[in-house]
Design a protein around this ligand. Structure first.
Ligand code: ZN
Length: 174
């Protein structure tokens, strides 16, 4: 399962990396980043017979249609809708590769999944490739940490960079 941190930081980092080329406002890129987490709100919904709707209700291509229409027909601020589309799509792709999603719900009620890994086993690389359509989510994240140890290391790196840039900024203004 992708953690909330992965869902936010991976697409934000990608957009910031390309923000100059794509002429994106970096403040907008950061302010809109909650859209990268938005699909997981469906974890609080259940169907009438008690089936959880996580990775179902808001984890399908139809959630992208509304911002897509705005993107196509808006007269101004189209880049805002472009950023929202990117964030929502990034969430779907990350979950597709970590357990699967109901990609075409409610039209087609099956899970699309992909699992691609390169394992190091006894000194040699072993590829593990699995993909297809299933009746259920392969790994719904039960038991997985909401914040992993790797996430903590990542936040430490981020804090180091923030500290260095704060010091550099301070020196410049002196
Ligand atoms: Zn999700």
């Amino acid at each position: 399962m992708s953690s909330p941190l992965d869902h936010i930081f991976i697409p934000v980092a990608i957009l910031l990396l390309f923000s100059k080329k794509l002429k994106l406002n970096q403040r907008e890129v950061i302010a809109l980043s909650f859209f990268a987490m938005l699909p997981d709100i469906d974890s609080i919904f259940f169907s009438s017979n008690g089936i959880p709707l996580h990775r179902v209700l808001f984890h399908n291509i139809f959630i992208v249609i509304i911002p897509l229409l705005f993107f196509m027909f808006a007269k101004s601020k189209r880049e805002v809708f472009g950023i929202i589309i990117f964030y929502l799509t990034s969430h779907l792709i990350l979950d597709l590769f970590t357990g699967g999603i109901f990609l075409f719900y409610p039209v087609y009620n099956k899970v699309f999944f992909a699992h691609v890994e390169l394992l190091l086993s006894h000194g040699s690389f072993v590829p593990a490739l699995e993909y297809g359509i299933s009746n259920r989510i392969m790994n719904n994240g039960i038991g997985a940490p909401a914040v992993s140890s790797e996430n903590v290391a990542f936040v430490i790196l981020l804090a180091i960079c923030a500290a260095i840039s704060a010091i550099a900024f301070h020196r410049k203004t002196e």
